[in-house]
Design a protein. Structure first.
Length: 167
């Protein structure tokens, strides 16, 4: 197998694996023993003070393994470990752009994404944020969305779920 193919497959596997890790961490860590870091993320925007949330600490929780992979793969080997770090980083970039920029509008970059998939992501995340407590949540992932969120809703119902609970 050529090295470029191996590195591409390792990067893709790490990227896909991160969706599971994000789901697992969100469900069992963020809504588990580190709820105190995540709770402010479930408050409505008008109740928050400042730009940053305690929840933003999770950036480091995911960035540190990526940095370790860069160091191990780049400095001591094996070299393919570097591409695990690349996959984690690419997922982190995707998460930032979709979650922080598109869903929560923390930066005014994407205002008009409108496809069945982007609406389903908004619906799933809006449903997740409808719960302001640690228990009884749903939709813990980001990119893998349950088929029920692809069903078209009445505009008022959609705006209630998406607009009030997410942004």
């Amino acid at each position: 197998m050529p090295n470029w193919l191996l590195y591409t497959l390792v990067t893709l596997a790490a990227y896909v694996g991160m969706e599971f890790m994000a789901w697992f961490t969100h469900k069992y860590v963020m809504h588990g023993f580190l709820w105190r870091w995540h709770a402010d993320h479930h408050q409505p925007k008008h109740e928050k003070e400042g730009f940053f949330e305690k929840n933003d600490r999770f950036f480091l929780v995911f960035a540190i393994p990526s940095m370790i992979c860069y160091m191990i793969g780049g400095l001591t080997g094996p070299f393919w470990v570097l591409f695990i770090g690349v996959g984690i980083s690419l997922y982190g970039l995707t998460y930032f752009l979709i979650h922080d920029v598109y869903i929560h509008r923390r930066f005014p970059w994407f205002k008009q994404l409108d496809s069945k998939y982007s609406r389903a992501i908004l619906r799933a995340h809006g449903t997740h944020h409808a719960k302001r407590t640690q228990e009884d949540g749903e939709s813990f992932g980001l990119l893998v969305v349950h088929p029920k969120f692809f069903k078209k809703r009445a505009k008022k119902e959609d705006e209630a779920v998406i607009g009030n609970n997410v942004r």
